[in-house]
Design a protein around this ligand. Structure first.
Ligand SMILES: Nc1nc2c(ncn2[C@@H]2O[C@H](COP(=O)(O)OP(=O)(O)O)[C@@H](O)[C@H]2O)c(=O)[nH]1
Ligand SMILES: [Mg+2]
Length: 416
């Protein structure tokens, strides 16, 4: 039994030992596992730290790159801006240069135009200077007189083409201010001053109001230069950018319509025409309506200078005037009386007759070139006190000149 028990004890010891071994093994195993776990945890921590560091570094790198990129962009933008400014500056410079060149060209062209205008005026008044009353006045100026300055002056002025009234006024003013009655030069300069003051009173700018359309009517005797003046005026206004309509109101002669038609082709403006023999006021009425409907800036109406008789002509002109006002309120805005300078004192008579029938608003004096009677303008200004808008000194478009008193006086008294 004992043996059995001993064996049993031994077995139990063995088992105990076994169990203890196993237990210690388990502990050892557990410790190992714990160590391993701790090691893994350590490793994981280290890895996490590494990752965190890496992330930190990546973030820092990303920030650095972003900063660099932003700086690069800013630099590029600044460079682009600088280039744009330079280009703009260069372009502005180019533009200013081009503008200056255009201005220079325009100034040169204007100067050339002005010189041409003066030359045409001076040439045009040549006959008036050398053969008209001014040529005779030259004798006074040079002191080549047979009697006193005042007597000579009186004789010359009263035979000149300036009309009695004007001659009287000139003579009175000169004699009243002449201190030494024998001083020819002083008499001439006084005369020039007086002529200048008379002519200045008739200088007025010609404006076409934006009345849409601004209607201008020309009146005057046959051959005075109405149609030609209208053609030249149409050409000048068209060139200045206005939309111009010519109205062929002289239906009396087919040639008059054709003549105006030629001008319309030459200046590139439109013409409103009816048949020869058509009612002139009806034609002008329709023409104004047409101009209004089609947005013309200016409508220039031609009229006949001769009908069956003078009364009929003046009656027709009055009717045209009335009818124009019916077509468009305020029309005609201007009535230009066209006078031919070669008619001399007759031009004064015509102005009187036409003026009694129609209250004209201004005068055009044509054909000052090639006549010795250019002095008539002094009489026209003094007697009618109406603006002289234009003067004709030749056949070309630009030979219809704006009347400028000072320039005219200079050309009139030009010393050769
Ligand atoms: N030399 C010159 N001739 C002109 C001038 N104005 C018009 N004429 C000419 O005078 C003539 C009659 O002109 P025109 O316009 O037909 O006169 P209208 O009958 O009043 O229409 C034409 O041969 C024109 O060329 C001018 O200022 N100088
Ligand atoms: Mg005509």
């Amino acid at each position: 039994m004992r043996g059995t028990s001993a064996v049993g004890e031994a077995n139990s010891d063995e088992r105990e030992t076994q169990e203890m071994r196993e237990a210690s093994e388990k502990v050892a195993e557990a410790e190992r596992r714990a160590r391993e776990a701790a090691a893994r945890a350590e490793e994981a921590k280290a890895a996490a730290e590494r990752k965190a560091q890496e992330a930190e570094a990546a973030k820092a790198e990303a920030e650095r790159r972003a900063k660099e990129e932003a700086e690069r962009r800013a630099r590029e933008a600044a460079e682009a801006e600088r280039r744009a400014q330079e280009a703009a500056k260069a372009e502005a410079g180019e533009r200013a240069k081009a503008e200056a060149e255009t201005r220079n060209e325009a100034e040169t062209a204007l100067a050339a135009q002005a010189a041409h205008k003066r030359r045409m005026l001076n040439d045009g008044l040549e006959a008036t200077r050398s053969k008209g009353f001014l040529a005779q006045l030259g004798k006074i100026f040079k002191g080549e007189m047979s009697s006193s300055v005042v007597d000579e002056l009186e004789e010359i002025l009263f035979t000149a083409d300036i009309g009695v009234k004007t001659s009287e006024r000139l003579l009175d003013r000169v004699t009243a201010n002449l201190k030494d009655k024998g001083d020819g030069q002083a008499a001439m300069s006084l005369l020039r001053e007086e002529v200048s003051s008379i002519l200045k009173s008739c200088e007025q700018p010609f404006v076409t109001e934006p009345g849409k359309p601004h209607v201008i009517l020309t009146i005057g005797v046959n051959g005075a230069g109405k149609t030609t003046t209208l053609g030249k005026l149409a050409a000048q206004l068209t060139a200045s950018g206005k939309k111009v309509l010519l109205i062929a109101g002289d239906t009396f002669r087919a040639a008059a319509i054709e003549q105006l038609e030629e001008w319309s082709v030459r200046c590139g403006c439109e013409i409103y025409r009816s048949k020869q023999g058509a009612d002139p006021s009806g034609t002008i009425y329709d023409g104004i309506k047409y101009a209004e409907k089609n947005g013309f800036d200016v409508a220039l109406a031609d009229t006949a200078g001769r009908l069956q008789n003078k009364k009929e002509l003046l009656d027709e002109l009055k009717k045209i005037h009335r009818v124009a006002g019916k077509a468009l309120s305020g029309a005609p805005h201007q009535v230009l009386l066209v006078l031919d300078a070669t008619n001399g004192q007759n031009a004064l008579m015509q102005a009187k007759e036409f003026g009694e029938a129609i209250d004209f608003s201004g005068i055009v004096l044509t054909k000052l070139d090639g006549t010795a009677k250019g002095g008539v303008i002094i009489g026209i200004c003094e007697e009618f006190r109406k603006p002289v808008y234009f003067i004709g000194v030749g056949e070309m478009t630009e030979d219809l000149q704006r009347f400028e008193a000072e320039e005219f006086v200079e050309a009139l008294f030009l010393e050769s």
